[in-house]
Design a protein around this ligand. Structure first.
Ligand code: ATP
Ligand code: MG
Length: 284
């Protein structure tokens, strides 16, 4: 079986060298820090604000909950792909982007047979050329798959929140991947902060540790506020960025996505009514 897997992987290596698709991998040390919320919001914003073709891939096999955030039917999922179906058959389209859901039944991708894993990678490779972005929502912690998905991705966003354990685990993740593979291309997202000041302090702690002990420079992608509306959005089965586009979380997220695309958005046109109210307030 190993040999069959190797042959399949050789096929992947020879294809798609020219694909311009950017693959963004979302990881964390500790669980529950906001990877799925952020990955889903990223996919939504890339598609709807920046007009990109996006595929969101739920790589959190076993505990994946992307379907809850998007209100999708969980029965159409990656399991069929492992049984030989093509990835295209399990793609669902919602809010102008494509989604492939994970499934429960095995604990993690680690449990896949090597030929199943290789087949999955080939299926992913086949669809890459259809997209500008593929977003990988990984499970928490360090697994062979998470690490290698990230090493192969164009960018790895490491998510932490201000909790000391989340920060320690983020550092542990960075350290292991750096020590084993020399990988340094991380961008940090500090999530669920009560103020930007808190966010900067958290990033500084992580940056200083990495600089002192690992001797490379960590980049800050952005700081996302805690939002009490996240729960409302979850209950309604719609993304926060869709329901509340002016929530501070959605606005900050848009800034991070903008940095990723490098595209400048035109200033939002002020509506007639807003202009009128502003003029009346100005008393002219
Ligand atoms: N900025 C935020 N404001 C409010 N609640 C948040 C925020 N970010 C995440 N949450 C909440 O925290 C919980 C965990 O978020 P999420 O599922 O996105 O984390 P995760 O890192 O994907 O977790 P896991 O490691 O289990 O996959 C969810 O209930 C989510 O709604
Ligand atoms: Mg998750």
């Amino acid at each position: 079986m190993e040999r069959q897997a190797d042959k399949l992987l050789e096929l992947v290596k020879d294809r798609n060298r020219e694909s311009r698709c950017r693959v963004l991998s979302f990881v964390s040390g500790k669980g529950g820090v906001g990877k799925t919320l952020i990955a889903t919001s990223f996919a939504y914003t890339l598609a709807n604000t920046f007009g990109k073709k996006v595929l969101l891939l739920d790589c959190d096999i076993g505990l994946g909950n992307v379907h809850l955030l998007l209100g999708l039917d969980p029965s159409k999922n990656l399991k069929a792909v492992l049984r030989g179906s093509s990835l295209k058959e399990v793609i669902q389209n919602i809010y102008n982007f494509d989604v492939v859901l994970g499934f429960s039944g095995i604990d993690s991708l680690e449990e896949l047979e090597s030929y199943e894993a290789a087949n999955l990678l080939i299926q992913i490779d086949r669809v890459l050329e259809n997209y500008d972005y593929v977003i990988l929502d990984n499970s928490a912690g360090i697994s062979r798959f998470t690490v290698n998905f990230s090493r192969a991705a164009t960018e790895t966003y490491i998510v932490t929140n201000p909790e000391p354990t989340a920060l320690t685990d983020a550092y542990a993740f960075i350290k292991s991947v750096y020590r084993v593979y020399g990988y340094t291309s991380f961008k940090v997202i500090v999530n669920a902060v009560s103020s930007r000041r808190e966010g900067f302090k958290v990033f500084e702690r992580l940056r200083l540790s990495v600089e002192k002990f690992l001797q490379f420079r960590l980049k800050l992608a952005g700081i996302l506020p805690y939002s009490s509306r996240v729960k409302d959005a979850l209950t309604s089965g719609m993304p926060l960025v869709h329901l509340y586009p002016s929530d501070p979380f959605s606005l900050e997220l848009r800034r991070i996505v903008q940095l990723e695309t490098g595209e400048v958005l035109p200033e939002e046109e002020e509506s007639f009514i807003k202009k009128l109210i502003r003029f009346l307030k100005e008393g002219v």
